[in-house]
Write a new protein. Structure first.
Length: 388
């Protein structure tokens, strides 16, 4: 009979070291792909050597999970900070910057006709949590174009920080997956806001990992709820993530009602002042989310169907399917005893993915938003919110 191979056959490596090694190999792949052969970047050559050394130490059985997570953060910095901001890319941050100027001058961004959008006069379809998120950076730096760059790095750092509670072995690979993802790096500098939007949601989830009956754990629990409320007031996708999370909290014996009240209350506190200021203007801008893009375009099934003929007759069917299947995913999630925080996050990702695939207009940054919470969900697959 052939000899049995035990878990320490490869240089004494523990079973989880295979996942850490995979994260390091992914980082090495990124280094090789990202080095400019005509002018090799010093940071990426150093990262290539460092990754190889960490991989060797991992295979020798050394505990390198924390260092691998830290390595992923540095990869994220190199991937994003080296990119030049695309000023003529998406018009979202231009609209946000203009809305901030209106707000700081005492006006109502939702009653203002935007001049910086393409075409001019496009609606500002984001709730006020969006431009209020960028407000401190506008006040301190006078510029918001790099906010998403560092938000992308912060997402990786948050995934790694969750390892303090659930083990760094669990978070090393998902942190590297997001750190080295070229699409996430590109859309952190193209003028869209989806990286920052997903950062707020990932921050809420990372805080939930530290929820516990202790004083600090209770603070983390309610801080998570408040940040989750901000995420819903930033971009509407986050609303679909709330029901699966509440279901897990209920299964875990945590106070899901208080979490829901704090989250929804935060959203209301951010939205109500602007709704009261001019209800008609605010509602018109928000409802334009469903009507503004009239063309069939992007990474969705209708755009695929358009390659074979006019998809217009399919629009009512797809809209009905979009609503039906989204609610079906949420209904299944609410009937499932969701065992971990990561499982709840992945269920939420599925609920967001359905309307993206069935909508008539779907841009790539939307998938980058989902990708961030998927990476977070993978890292949190074994994390459970402790009863609070």
């Amino acid at each position: 009979m052939p000899p049995r191979v035990n878990s320490t056959s490869l240089g004494g490596a523990a079973p989880q070291s295979a996942v850490v090694a995979a994260a390091l190999v992914l980082g090495l792949y990124w280094c090789v792909a990202g080095i400019d052969l005509n002018a090799p970047q010093i940071d990426r050559v150093v990262l290539l050597i460092t990754g190889a050394a960490l991989l060797w130490a991992t295979l020798r059985g050394s505990p390198t999970a924390f260092l691998t997570g830290s390595y992923a953060v540095v990869v994220a910095i190199s991937e994003r900070a080296s990119r030049e901001v695309i000023l003529d890319g998406s018009d979202v941050l231009r609209a946000t910057n203009e809305s901030l100027d209106v707000f700081l001058s005492g006006g109502d961004p939702y009653a203002h006709v935007l001049q910086s959008t393409v075409p001019p006069g496009s609606p500002f379809v984001y709730p006020p949590g969006e431009f209020l998120f960028y407000l401190p950076f506008k006040l301190v730096f006078g510029d918001i174009n790099r906010v998403d760059t560092w938000a992308g790095v912060a997402i990786v750092a948050l995934i790694v920080v969750a390892g303090v509670r659930i083990s760094f072995d669990a978070v090393a690979l998902p942190a590297m997956l997001y750190a080295s993802w070229g699409a996430a790096g590109f859309h952190a500098i193209d003028g869209s806001n989806d990286v920052s939007a997903s950062f707020v949601l990932v921050l809420a989830l990372a805080l939930a990992v530290f929820a516990a009956p202790s004083r600090g754990g209770r603070f983390a629990f309610f801080a998570s709820a408040l940040v989750f409320g901000w995420a819903m007031a930033f971009k509407q996708f986050a609303v679909l993530a709330l029901p699966p999370l509440l279901r897990h909290l209920a299964v875990a014996g945590a106070s899901w009602r208080r979490y829901a009240l704090a989250a929804i209350g935060t959203t209301a506190a951010l939205v109500l002042p602007f709704l009261i200021m001019d209800p008609g203007a605010f509602l018109e801008q928000q409802l334009a989310l469903f009507t503004f893009h009239q063309e069939t375009w992007g990474a969705n099934l209708l755009a695929v169907a358009a390659r074979f003929g006019d998809p217009t007759p399919l629009l009512p069917i797809f809209f009905a399917l979009e609503l039906l299947l989204t609610f079906a995913v949420l209904a299944v999630a609410l009937r499932w005893s969701i065992p971990t925080l990561g499982a709840a996050v992945l269920a939420a990702s599925g609920a967001i993915l359905v309307p993206l695939l069935l909508a008539r207009w779907t841009t790539q940054p939307y998938y980058v938003y989902v990708g961030a919470i998927v990476a977070c969900g993978i890292g949190l697959l074994n994390a459970r919110v402790r009863s609070v």
